[in-house]
Design a protein around this ligand. Structure first.
Ligand code: MEV
Length: 309
């Protein structure tokens, strides 16, 4: 193959971010915003026509190293805002892995791509769970370490942690995302929680409680109980705030949507980025988010994972 094009979706976390880093249960859904990457052979590494310094983008470097550092020209196109909790770097790694494997005529599946992309994320951040990369590779929805979810997809282990990843039946529910516009890289927030959890029993109990909330959330999803799921989302947001990963702007957006939502919470690492609301009134929620300076996205779920274009 001389050119290959692949795309992969972003995601949001219904329940369980940060706790999932320690192998606790979590649930994430893929959304209709995608990273698209076109790859072709070249004499030097190029990104959107410019010379590419691989040391500046470790996700890309990690995947290129797996393909013997053969120079390629990359064209990137994305509708996922970066550093916003919507899994932009995971979608980049997943789409790039699929495109590179196709370019070099290697067989791949969503599982092999999820594994390769997780290694790239780990190479770049030296921390984190395989939630975002697996959600992007598989699409639809995934549960991690929850037994009463759907079919088992794959298991990933890293250091002392293990994640059993399953497909979930994506609920027919409406979610609205609100972007604070504050760019917040994941690595430092994961480190902050890690330190807090290691030095404070109270913080480690909160991480466990978030895991329990995800287990209850799976039951609520299976029972199609939005009222309960919404309550759990808001409770999850409070626990994340106590862990120190929310911020005023996120809290403002969560507060303003709650009168029109079943529940709302930050999504992803926090510190800025996005929040997500479960609601039957998406237009009203979108306006409320705008009224507090946020950018709303009414998202579709149930989307495909990594795809060759
Ligand atoms: C994922 O979007 C956010 C964190 O849970 C980190 C991770 O799972 O790798 C904070």
């Amino acid at each position: 193959m001389t050119v290959s094009v692949a795309s992969a979706p972003g995601k949001f976390v219904i329940l369980g971010e940060h706790a999932v880093v320690y192998g606790k249960p979590a649930i994430s859904l893929a959304i209709d915003r995608r990273f698209t990457i076109k790859v072709k052979r070249s004499n030097e590494f190029l990104i959107n026509g410019e010379p590419l310094d691989l040391n500046l983008i470790p996700y890309i470097k990690s995947i290129c190293m797996r393909h013997y550092m053969i120079p390629v020209s990359l064209r990137l196109d994305s509708t996922i805002p970066s550093g916003s909790g919507l899994g932009s770097s995971a979608a980049l790694s997943v789409a790039l892995s699929a495109a590179m494997n196709s370019l070099f005529n290697k067989k791949w599946t969503s599982e092999t791509v999820a594994r390769e992309a997780y290694e790239a994320e780990y190479f770049a951040q030296a921390s984190g769970s395989p939630m975002d990369t697996s959600a992007s590779a598989h699409g639809r929805g995934i549960a991690l370490n929850i037994q009463d979810a759907g079919d088992h997809l794959w298991t990933i282990e890293k250091n002392e942690n293990r994640w059993d990843i399953s497909d979930i039946d994506v609920p027919e529910m409406t979610f609205v995302i609100g972007n604070t516009g504050i760019h917040a890289p994941t690595g430092p927030l994961v480190k902050k929680v890690k330190k807090y959890r290691e030095t404070n029993k109270f913080a480690s109990d909160i991480v466990d409680e978030i895991g329990d909330i995800s287990l209850d959330g799976m039951k609520a999803i299976n029972a199609d109980d939005r009222v309960e799921l919404g309550k759990l989302m808001t409770a999850n947001h409070k626990l994340l705030s106590i862990l120190g990963v929310s911020c005023n702007e996120l809290n403002k957006l969560v507060d303003v949507v709650l009168p029109y939502s079943y529940g709302a919470k930050l999504t992803g690492a926090g510190g800025g980025g996005c929040m997500v609301a479960l609601t039957d009134k998406p237009e009203i929620v979108a306006k409320a988010i705008e009224s507090r300076g946020g950018t709303p996205y009414i998202v579709k779920t149930g989307v495909n994972g990594v795809t060759l274009e």
